[in-house]
Structures are given as C-alpha cells and as structure tokens.
Design a protein around this ligand. Sequence first.
Ligand code: 5U1
Length: 679
Amino acid sequence: MPTTTDIEQSITRLRAEINHHNHQYYVLDDPQIPDAEYDRLMQTLQALEQKAPELITLDSPTQRVGARPLAGFDEVPHTVAMLSLDNAFSEEEMSAFDRRVCERLEVDEVIYCAEPKLDGLAVSLRYEDGVLVRAATRGDGRVGEDITQNVRTIGSIPLHLMGDDYPRVLEVRGEVYMAKAGFEALNIRQREKGEKPFVNPRNAAAGSLRQLDPKITATRPLAIFCYGVGAVEGGELPASHSETLQRLRDWGLRISPETQKVNGVAGCLEYYRQIGERRAALPYEIDGVVFKVDAVKQQQALGFVSRAPRWAIAHKFPAQEEMTRLIDIDIQVGRTGALTPVARLEPVFVGGVTVTNATLHNEDEVRRKDVRIGDTVIVRRAGDVIPEVVSVVLAHRPDDAHSFVMPDSCPVCGSEVRRVEGEAVSRCSGGLYCSAQRKEAIKHFASRRAMDIEGLGDKLVDQLVDKQWVQSVADLYDRERLSHQRLAGMERMGDKSADNLIAAIDKSKQTTLARFLFALGIREVGEATAQALANYFGSLPAIIKAYKEALLQVPDVGPVVADNLCNFFHERHNRDVILSLQAHGVQWPDVEAAIDRPQPLVGKTFVLTGTMETMTRDEAKTQLQALGAKVSGSVSKKTAYVVVGADPGSKRDKAEKLGVTLLDETAFKSLLIEVAGER
Ligand code: 5U1
C-alpha cells in the first residue's frame, strides 16, 4: 500500500512533469511527447488526486476546468489602469509620433520594442506568490469583468509561474486570441451542430471568454500572447520593456516570437514592412504592429494622455476596402442634432465583418465625392472605426443614379434644419423636442464612461422614448414612469431583466462629479474636460455660477467650450433636469477645488528638461499646476526656473545663456515641499 507521503511525492512529480510538457506544447510550440503519453500522465495524476482529494490545489493541472457555470461576471477594479493605444495609419503619422517622442525626451533617436498587434481581447492576469488568482477583461480600462474561470482553461496561460524569482504580486497584460486554423475548425463544428458560425476570430475569442460555463470555453482553441505588466509588488522588473518580456518568458508566459528591438523610426518602418509581407502566412490575424519606447525611464518621462501612453503606438495596416452598391442614403440625427448622411449598402464582407451601413460624414463630403443613390461605391473599414464610403466607381454608374439632397426639415421631428456659416454640419433645431436627439442624449447619459447603467442598451432606450415613458434623463429614475411592471412587459425583457435594470439604475445614483458632467452631454465636453472642470471647481454649483472668464482658467477649456458650458447652464430646461436628477437621489462627493487652494506659484513659469529619478514629467507638471505655476515647453527670459533631470537637452544650455535659475531634482523637490507648506 502506498503511504500518503508516497502519493504526495508522486503528485508533486507528476504535476511538475505535466507543467513542463504543457509549457513545451502551448508556450514554446515544441511538444516533446505524443498526445497519448500526455493524456496518460494526466489520467495518472487524476487517479492519485481522487485517492487523496485533500492534496488537490488550485494550480494543479487537473483543475483547469471544473468550476460550475456562473450567473454573471463580477466587476474587477484594475489597480493599474489598462490603457489603450493611439493609432498611426501612415508613415507620416508614425514619423510624427517618433518626432514627438524625440522632442519630449530631447534625444535624436529612440530604441523601440516592436511586436505584432493581435486582433483579440485584452486581459489582465494577476499572479500572487506565483499562482494565478484572478483574470479580468479590460472593460473601460479602470474596471473589468472577472473571467478567471474561463482563463484557467487556456493551456498557454500558466496556473503557476515557473522559477522562484517572480514578484510577490505580478499582473500580466496580454491579448487572448484564436488562431486562424482553430477558428475555421470551430466554425465547422458550429455548423455541424446547427449553431451560428462566428464572423471572425476576434468575435469568436471574445464570445468564448464571455461564456458563463467554463466547460464551453475549455473546448475553444484560445491562446495568449503577453505584452506587458500592470501592478508589481514585492519585486522589481528590469529597466527595459524588452528585458521585462524576457523575464515574463522565463516565468513561463507566452510572448510573441516576433518581438524585436528596432532603432528609431526607420527601424519601425522596416519592421512594419517585413511583418506586412508575412502577415497572410502568420497563423493568427494581426491588424498592425505595436511600437513601445523600450527604456522604462523614458516611458516614465513621456507619461500618458487621457487613456493612452505617449510612449507607444499601434501602426495599423491599411484599411480593408470592398466594392458594393449604395441602395439609399438615410439621415441619422445625433445627440447634438447633427444630421449625418448614412449610406445603406448591399451587404458586403469587409475586413472580417458584414457591412450594411457606412457613414458619408456630411453634405459637403457627399458632394465632393459625388456619391449618388444607385452608385457602386468603395467601402473602407479600418480597425474598429465606423465603415465609410471612400469613392464612387464611375464606370459602374447606372443611368438612373440620382443625387442626394439634404432635407430642410428634420426627418424625425420636422423642425427646421440649420447650417451655420463656415460649418460643414447641418443640425436639427428641435433640441430636446426632437425624439432622436433625446434618444441619443439618454444613450450617452447611460453609457459606460458616463453614468454606467448596465443593461440600458440602445434598443431599449429607443422603445422607452417611443412609448413616451422616458422624455428626459431624469425620467430614468422615476419609478412611476419606469415601473417594474412596465419594464418587465417590454420586448425581450422579463421579471429578472427588469429587476437587474432597476438595480443598475439605482446603482448609478452614486457617481462622481466628472462622470456626471460628462453624462450631461454638453457639446465638446469630453471625459478629460469634465475631469479638469471637476478638479478646478470642485462642485457643480461653482461650475454653473462660473463666468466665461473663470471657465477659461481651467486647463484645456478654450472659448468654444466655455461658451458651450455657459449656454448649457443658462438654459432653464437643463438646470431643471439637473435638479430633478438630484431630487431622485443622484449624488456625488464634492472634491477639493483647485481654485480654493492658495497658489503660491502663480505668475511663475517652469520648464522641465531631462529625466527625473523619482517622478515623471507629467507628475511634476501636475504638482506645479496645482500650485498655480505655468509649465512651458520652451525657455525664454520670462522663465522663472528650469528643472534639470538626467540627460537634459538644449533647454539647459539656453537657460544658462539667459541666466535663468536651474534646479536639479533635489532642489526642485525642496522647493515643492517649501511652497506646499506655505498653503
Ligand atoms: N502587442 C501589443 N498589443 N497591445 C495592446 N502590445 C500592446 N500594448 C498595449 C495594448 C493596449 O498597451 C500598452 C501600450 C499599455
């Protein structure tokens, strides 16, 4: 009879052996034993674990599938935001990106780390003490969904990191994708089962990860390439991105074999050309190449704008184009009343999806391209952007093709259509009288980055407005208008969906000032501007009361946005909606207003040059601005101080010539502490 210690030893040995073969097969693509032998090892381990179930651990290779189906996905806040990437669509845009990077870093050439951009789904994997404890989708970048159960079924994702020198907490970021062959095979199985095939590998990957039953995910041929890190605690990573990827590889994570360091923009363009040539032969779909500044210090000096880092870019492959017939041109009325001509097309498959509508942008564009109803047109789709009509194939123009005329009254509400001199856009003048504008305003209000009302989709909003149950965003919170009974009786709803929607609406009542401002849908007030307004004024009454001159003091607010804000809050109707929302319990905490804080550095201009050890340039800038200073990009006689980090550029020399005071990092930090103390 084998003793418990014998069993324990066998289990440990078998797990190590299986993990090794898993890594060889899924990560290195270099299997060392036949499948039958691997299956035998697994069966032996399963049998031993059945004999000693107390020895089963979460990271055992037998535990990849097994959990029961979920009722839904929990939310996971990302400790370090999951960023998105800016795009470049041409060599000129790539060169402009590289110029910006070099200018900011004050260097002549930068080393980049290049890798293909896969068309899949971004995920974050959290390892604690080497064990995979959580996997999440990107979501809105700040909060994602918990897909741990499903991710555990993916063979190329280790349940336990290899080696022993990994940080105590390590969040790994990567793209889960489905290879071309796996996608074809899956679609054959789908058709055989009488189920709908997937349109493209990306949709198949996303659909597979969003399965509530991990047993289904386990049957899907998913894989991962890891491309970065999020939170790191209890350990340090190397000083460059390329070395970090090598460490991830050492810990058993799958990294693209195409990853390569390149020199300057010339190196980037050459890499892009070479991958482009091999694109069709690659076993997975890619939609471009990602370039990242390799040195972590330089990444820190460059910092971020909004949701994307300044140190990375996706150079996309050219958009895909197809020919089809334009059946008609409809008018879409947007949130701000803008009328957009939309081409209704004979369905055409472009870049992996079937396209039936494409934007024509505005009246001038229709005229410039001479697009007529009945024409054969070229349709383009680039990445995730809305498909557009690029041009007309004149040789195919039929005799009865006829021109498009912008209507002079709104097709939805009949109000007069106006076009302001010098603007390309025609607008419905109906404002919130127009049900189309109301619908769009409500969709924007409920959207994820605004009030984040889950389950209030576009179709539901259309129905609620058409039934006249919801006339303004405040009506969403009115339980008489939006009763459980009414909601449950709607198309594709029921008791449970109605309950969930009401709970989501109630949850949205606790929000932030920035989200609320953004949700109001004031023209040209995007997320960043809403955040800047909230930081500067701290409360909604202060913003409503502010004159144009005060609004212009807010970073990023120019005369047009200031006018839009004044006009919006001047409207009685808008103020009533805000009051009604607050009366229904919508609330947010006030924040400390920048204007209330003393600003000891008002009137002083700083210039930052070189790389600091303990803070990024963006952090230094934010601190200086909070103290009232202006931060400029160039040195002049008016500059009060030039802050000099490591490897400074020509700004330091210029400052010396002009006799401007130079501060090294230590002196700069002392100054910050000193003036902050004065507040
Ligand atoms: N290959 C790759 N894809 N991708 C996507 N690298 C990469 N990096 C990303 C994203 C969103 O973001 C980091 C630059 C933060």
